[in-house]
Design a protein. Structure first.
Ligand SMILES: Nc1ncnc2c1ncn2[C@@H]1O[C@H](COP(=O)(O)OP(=O)(O)OP(=O)(O)O)[C@@H](O)[C@H]1O
Ligand SMILES: [Mg+2]
Lengths: 285, 236
């Protein structure tokens, strides 16, 4: 494996020459994207051009056919990398919400933080066990690792954090209900804070409002805008042009498996250069 | 009417006075024993096979395991239970040179047979859960197995349990063929009661009733369990 990749200053995630095929169908034909810290990127483009596929490659929900994705010093497209620990730092929000149906709202939010916290505790304990065993034979005793928070503390903290997130979106009274009883807008906002509970460094949204009734689109977009204002790094696939123009720092137009055009929103919408972009915008605006 | 009352007298004498009820109870016990233990073995085997089948096929060991499972499931679903019993008892056992109680053989064959069916029930149950559920679990950083155990499998139980109950009922009824390898089950017991008196009406009607009651009882238990599982889904 190569030496750890040195990310250029200020870049948090970098896709390089990313390609993805499904069988003979080459969906992504070599995309490059550097995502800057705190940047909000909106991806638009005609249906079937590979927006979802691109987004899903960024956290390796789809394994890229070739190319690299650098995140936290690793090429996460490399199958030898433990993708799970990296995914803890990449939040993802789905069109269909995908709340865990067998868990209450608060359990949905707590699941991953508790899993990771308990796992870290167990790992540290196991390592200490080996150190203690080694110490039986050592002259210079090795120090034990400091133990991270205990599972009970992990759960308590995760619960507090989850309640705080629920209060933030005004749904604290829904903490103990199952997702099936919620409206689409509520589900999606909870899905967003579920991702937030892991304190991700970057968040990926795949058409977060496309499955919502029109009257609920606003509440979800408002929450995403709030996150943008707080400096969250985000990549958002969307058909909401008004939202993209208002919120994004950069618009990517995808077509034919490549990024056909990219520009800040002002320039992108008022002065598109690519013919396909013009054609697309004339249809959706 | 006369003949029925005399038939009743003959049956009563055979059952009570001559101790036929003991044979019947013994047979009932054997039937339940084979069905229950067969199902237990079947659930264990079926779960293992289903897990192999739903694992991501990105390593050769899983692929080979998956092919072996296919062959196994194909054989046990593709041949009649009676044939499997005969093969087990009259072919495999002598070939291996071991002697074993016919009931044990029946339990093992029923276990192997139901393992094949249960694996399909479980695989279907797991695959009926929206793939978005696993995806969301993986997206927050859970590895494959924790995501399956915490999210997908609990949701699949709801789909699996009723079908599994059905499989148990099928097993109970299918035990009626074990007399082919000389096991005395419920059917064989009542047949012998009939044989002793050449009076078959009451023994066989009774036999049918006992199976029916058994099956209705199991059906009731399944309903009960289903209701408990559903409750989990409701609002607080
Ligand atoms: N798992 C898959 N297996 C095979 N083909 C796939 C798979 N996922 C996507 N594709 C194909 O890849 C192409 C791009 O799909 P993708 O979902 O990325 O498009 P999209 O831009 O997100 O479209 P939309 O706006 O409709 O969501 C399509 O032709 C689709 O059929
Ligand atoms: Mg899409």
């Amino acid at each position: 494996m190569n030496a750890p990749y040195k990310m250029p200053e200020g870049i948090i995630l970098s896709a390089q020459n990313l390609k993805k095929s499904f069988g003979d169908n080459e969906v992504l034909r070599g995309l490059n994207l550097d995502i800057r810290n705190g940047e909000v990127i909106a991806i638009i483009g005609p249906s079937g051009c590979g927006k979802s596929t691109f987004l899903r490659c960024l956290n390796c929900m789809e394994d890229p056919t070739s190319g690299s994705i650098f995140f936290d010093g690793d090429d996460i497209a490399d199958v030898r990398i433990n993708i799970n620990t990296h995914r803890e730092n990449i939040g993802m929000v789905f069109q269909q919400f995908n709340l865990f149906n067998n868990k209450t709202v608060i359990e949905n939010i707590m699941l991953a933080p508790v899993y990771v916290g308990v796992r870290n505790y167990r790992q540290a304990k196991r390592k200490n066990g080996w150190i203690k065993f080694g110490n039986l034979f050592r002259k210079n005793k090795k120090d034990l690792l400091p133990l991270p928070t205990t599972p009970a503390q992990v759960k308590k903290q995760a619960h507090e954090r989850a309640m705080q997130l629920l209060r933030r979106i005004g749904l604290e009274e829904k903490a103990t209900v199952y997702p099936s009883t919620l409206s689409g807008g509520q589900k999606q906002r909870i899905a967003i804070v579920r991702a937030l509970a892991m304190n991700p460094k970057v968040m990926l949204f795949d058409e977060p409002t496309s499955a919502l009734d029109p009257e609920m689109v606003g509440e979800v977009l408002d929450l995403i805008k709030e996150l943008a204002n707080e400096g969250m790094t985000m990549v958002i696939v969307t058909h909401e042009m008004g939202f993209a123009r208002e919120t994004a720092d950069r618009i990517l137009f995808m077509d034919g498996g490549v990024i056909a055009e990219e520009a800040p929103p002002q320039e992108f919408f008022s002065n598109p250069k690519n013919e396909r972009t013009k054609e697309f915008l004339s249809k959706v605006l | 009417m006369g003949s029925l009352s005399s038939a009743w007298n003959v049956f009563y004498e055979q059952m009570i006075t001559k101790g036929g009820y003991k044979t019947a109870l013994q047979g009932l016990f054997t039937t339940i024993e084979i069905a229950v233990l067969g199902l237990v073995i079947g659930i264990i085997l079926g779960t293992l096979i289903a897990l192999v089948k739903v694992m991501p096929k990105n390593n050769p060991a899983v692929k080979i395991g998956s092919v072996i499972c296919d062959v196994y499931v194909g054989f046990f679903r593709g041949t009649p239970m009676v044939v499997q019993l005969l093969l087990g008892y009259f072919v495999l056992l002598p070939m291996l040179g071991v002697s074993s109680d016919a009931v044990v053989v029946a339990i093992i064959i029923f276990g192997l047979n139901s393992g094949a069916y249960v694996s399909e029930i479980m695989r279907a149950g797991i695959q009926s859960v929206d793939p978005g559920q696993l995806e969301a679990g993986r997206a927050v950083g859970l590895p494959f197995w924790p995501a399956m155990l915490k999210i997908v499998i609990p949701q699949s139980i709801k789909n699996i349990l009723p079908t599994l109950g059905n499989e148990f009922i099928v097993l109970i009824k299918e035990t009626s063929v074990v007399s082919f390898i000389a096991v005395v089950d419920l059917t064989k017991a009542f047949k012998s009661i009939g044989d002793a008196t050449y009076e078959y009406i009451l023994p066989y009607v009774m036999l049918a009733l006992v199976y029916l009651i058994l099956v209705l009882f199991v059906t009731y238990l399944i309903k009960l369990m289903e209701r408990r599982l559903r409750r989990n889904e409701r609002t607080v």
